[in-house]
Design a protein around this ligand. Structure first.
Ligand SMILES: C[S@@+](CC[C@H](N)C(=O)[O-])C[C@H]1O[C@@H](n2cnc3c(N)ncnc32)[C@H](O)[C@@H]1O
Length: 204
């Protein structure tokens, strides 16, 4: 890991992901999580204070980035439910089959190297009938915007720590075998290639 990935990128990500416009998505997705929860790609931990202790019993939150996990450790102090932080990759979850009631993933499927494998792992660690709650940005339905997403992604990936603008989120979730229960999509603001959002719930 070079200087940029170790020192600069984590602070940039923390700053971008603390954007106030993301907060309503976080409140809806994270606030609905219940029981034993696994959070995939926790980053600097902006979701940790948002788990509702009336529903959530505990959270196991993982990320492969040590500098981001160090920031998440500080945010853990604001959490209202017990949180375990784990250095791990979503493609190989270090948890037993069927351990969790809910999986939460917010803006991480864009960056995970093999999102199909990660979602298969999420299914494995969820109980039968367990829920996946997600909000992600991804491929836009408008051909012109999608073309820009494909053009920008090779450069964007290099400066953003691996983020893809054009992942087909609905296809990925369905393709992993989840049953999609709700899905709301739409642009968040005028930066269309970066902000086509998929917010949903899916059942294992
Ligand atoms: C844009 S950030 C989002 C962080 C956080 N979920 C949030 O909502 O602010 C993407 C996150 O995915 C993480 N990530 C990248 N590859 C991953 C992998 N293979 N498994 C799990 N997380 C990964 C990154 O380290 C980073 O924390």
């Amino acid at each position: 890991m070079g200087f940029y990935e170790r020192r600069i990128l984590p602070r940039l990500l923390d700053c971008v992901m603390s954007n106030r416009e993301l907060r309503p998505y976080r409140d809806r997705v994270v606030g609905a999580a219940s029981g034993e929860i696994v959070e995939i790609g926790v980053g600097s931990g902006p979701n940790l204070p948002l788990y509702d202790p009336a529903r959530a019993r505990s959270v196991a939150a993982l990320d492969p980035s040590p500098p981001l996990l160090a920031m998440a450790h500080r945010r853990r102090e604001e959490a209202l439910v017990p949180v375990e932080l784990v250095e791990a990759s979503a493609e190989a979850l270090p948890f037993a089959n069927g351990r969790f009631d809910t999986a939460v993933v917010t803006w991480a499927l864009c960056t995970i190297g093999d999102p199909a494998r990660a979602l298969a792992e999420v299914r494995r660690v969820l109980k039968p009938g367990g829920r996946l709650l997600f909000v992600e940005h991804g491929r836009a339905p408008d051909a012109g915007v999608a073309r820009w997403q494909a053009r920008l992604t090779p450069l964007w990936r290099r400066c953003s720590g691996g983020c893809h603008l054009d992942r087909p989120v609905e296809e990925l979730v369905r393709g992993a075998g989840f049953q999609l229960e709700t899905l709301a999509t739409g642009y968040m603001n005028a930066l269309k290639p970066f902000t086509f959002m998929y917010e949903g719930t899916a059942r294992n």
